[in-house]
Design a protein around this ligand. Structure first.
Ligand SMILES: Cc1ncc(COP(=O)(O)O)c(C=O)c1O
Length: 341
């Protein structure tokens, strides 16, 4: 901590900074090499790489948190490891052993210790693991070689002025097909979301909500985050669908809702024409933890949940509990946090 970079940590945005070292491992002839830390932040790959032409790639996102005693910890990196392997399987890339994935993240955090924001700033070190298909190729087939990389960038707290609700509109495009790749963290899902996001922002919304691609009647994703609603009778409800990316934040909140807040938890349908079932709503993901949803515009009308300006009490409690666990202020369930040693 003492050698920490001098930055205005709490004002950092979610943007790229070249930090000291990054991890690279190559897969060739059926196995991963040991991997190493490198200084160079560019990679040279064959122009025929499947990642360039056919979107054969996937990625993850997780953070390292400085705790009150100066340690640094990762939050549920084993879940990111499992998810990257599900994504790899879906686009026919080799899996990464869970220990190798966690070790790569740890190596990158340790090597960039001076970039891990100080405790109390709300800022974190964001880790971006990725796998890309590389090597000479031109046909639509899996690549002959793969690159697994992890880099780190310091990012500020998502809400600079404290947690605040924002409004969303409904996308008129889909991010995923009914039996497509919506549950995998593959780049194509995000390329397809750039235009609907841009259109929502132009109309004054924070982002757009995607409905289920088969019937367009149920909420699936809120931008690049999962949806949850709190009912009048104190249930935490979140959509269940094969085309949603299973959010690690969402599953952590489901646990907290049940065990810390005593709510009933349900994964089920969240019908877009039954929004008045919810007294509070939020979007959840690693970037912001929870983005409280003020209102959702649907068919030309804004449906407001708790308030457009105030955060609901259950949303706030969920947020504070999970953030407290991530920064090591509140004891997390066994196995959720990994101290970087
Ligand atoms: C499409 C999408 N949904 C949901 C999430 C939230 O997932 P997590 O809580 O694991 O960050 C993300 C972010 O990774 C995402 O990209």
């Amino acid at each position: 901590m003492s050698n920490s970079v001098s930055l205005d940590w709490s004002k950092l945005s979610f943007s790229y900074t070249k930090t000291d070292l990054r991890y690279i491992s190559m897969w060739k002839n059926g196995s991963w090499d040991e991997g190493k830390l490198v200084e160079e932040n560019t990679i040279t790959i064959s122009e025929g790489s499947t990642a360039i032409h056919y979107g054969q790639q996937c990625f993850e996102g997780l953070k390292a948190y400085r705790t009150p005693n100066g340690d640094v910890q990762l939050f549920r990196p084993d879940e990111n490891a499992k998810r990257i392997n599900r994504s790899c399987r879906r686009v026919m890339m080799p899996e990464i052993p869970i220990e190798k994935f966690i070790d790569a993240c740890m190596q990158v955090v340790k090597a960039n210790d001076r970039w891990v924001p100080p405790y109390g700033t709300g800022a974190t070190l964001y880790l971006r693991p990725y796998v890309i298909g590389v090597g000479d190729n031109v046909g639509v087939r899996p690549a002959p070689e793969y690159l697994f990389g992890v880099f780190a960038v310091p990012v500020g707290p998502y809400f600079k002025g404290g947690l605040a609700p924002v409004n969303f509109t409904i996308a008129d495009m889909d991010r995923a097909a009914p039996h497509g790749t919506g549950d995998a963290k593959v780049g194509g899902n995000y390329a397809g979301s750039l235009l609907p996001h841009e259109e929502a922002v132009k109309r004054g919304f924070a982002d757009c909500i995607y409905l289920d691609p088969a019937t367009h009647t149920k909420i699936e994703e809120v931008g690049a985050a999962n949806f949850f609603g709190i009912t009048k009778d104190g249930r935490f409800v979140t959509p269940k669908s094969p085309s949603i990316l299973p959010s690690i934040t969402k599953y952590s909140l489901m646990y907290i809702a049940e065990h810390n807040l005593g709510l009933k938890v349900e994964e089920g349908d969240c019908h877009i024409d039954q929004l008045d079932a919810f007294v509070e709503a939020g979007a959840c993901g690693t970037a912001a933890v929870i983005t409280p949803i003020g209102g959702i515009e649907y068919k030309g009308k804004l449906h407001v949940f708790h308030s457009e300006t105030e955060v609901g009490p259950v949303t706030r409690k969920l947020y504070e509990t999970l953030v407290g666990m991530k920064f090591g202020e509140i004891e997390a369930p066994a196995g959720w946090t990994y101290i970087v040693k």
